[in-house]
Design a protein around this ligand. Structure first.
Ligand SMILES: Cc1cc2nc3c(=O)[nH]c(=O)nc-3n(C[C@H](O)[C@H](O)[C@H](O)COP(=O)(O)O)c2cc1C
Length: 212
């Protein structure tokens, strides 16, 4: 009985802890799932860009971007990307001028986690911080059960490739600029995003209107 009580209290405290971090839930408009550029043209235009305008993306663009990256596209809850062992281990954080957010896939919503502009931590190269949106791909190794650390690293590295390529193709279709980045101070990002020990910062990806 005593142990049950302690477990219940610990559970409640951890729920409170999670809830306390969410400042606001912002429901995104439904993503536009028709239209866009023909796929072959998007392949032709896909490229990495390193010059960004600071012009803000619209909420609809952010919705479309996140759905393309990692959204649900079937009633069973499967996504626009495949995922090793159905772990779907990624959390996508968004760094913006008005704060930092976590993409809540099931609700297709943004959870505001803080008011700080953390874009300076989105990559160590100078051009990065001009982007209005920087996606940070965080793999939760705690979700990758019954495997080895070697396979956790391998599968998370593979899975992020699908997500980031979807973002590349969506950006090509939308006339936006992007680049996938390994040059990220992962220790610092883990600290500022207040990540749990199991959460690993893998890569980041700014998205912006092209610069001059
Ligand atoms: C896993 C990965 C990490 C990368 N990290 C960086 C980076 O930190 N900084 C950078 O400027 N480019 C980075 N790139 C972009 C590559 O330099 C770029 O994809 C390559 O030059 C080919 O150019 P393209 O994407 O325009 O075809 C990275 C690419 C990959 C696949």
């Amino acid at each position: 009985m005593k142990i049950k009580g302690v477990l219940l209290l610990a559970g409640l405290l951890s729920m409170l802890n999670v809830k306390a971090q969410v400042l606001e839930t912002i429901t995104l408009p439904t993503a536009q799932k028709t239209g866009g550029m023909p796929l072959m043209e998007a392949f032709q235009l896909r490229k990495s860009q390193r010059s960004f305008s600071s012009k803000e993306l619209t909420t609809q663009q952010i919705s479309n971007l996140l759905w393309s990256a990692y959204g649900i596209n079937r009633p069973e809850g499967f996504r626009t990307v495949p995922a090793a062992k159905n772990w779907f281990e990624y959390d996508i954080y968004l760094l913006k001028s008005d704060g930092w957010f976590l993409y809540e896939v099931r609700k297709h919503a943004l959870l505001k986690m803080g008011n700080e502009d953390l874009r300076i931590f989105g990559g160590t190269q100078d051009f990065v911080k001009a982007a209005p949106v920087i996606l940070v791909y965080v793999a939760d190794f705690g979700r990758m059960n019954d495997t080895t650390d070697e396979l956790r690293k391998f599968f998370s590295a593979v899975d992020v490739g699908y997500i980031s390529q979807n973002v590349y193709l969506w950006c090509a279709s939308e006339g936006l600029a992007t680049i996938i980045l390994g040059q990220v101070d992962k220790i610092k990002v883990r600290e500022v995003l207040k990540l749990r020990p199991d959460q690993q910062v893998i890569l980041s990806q700014p998205v912006a209107f092209p610069g001059q």
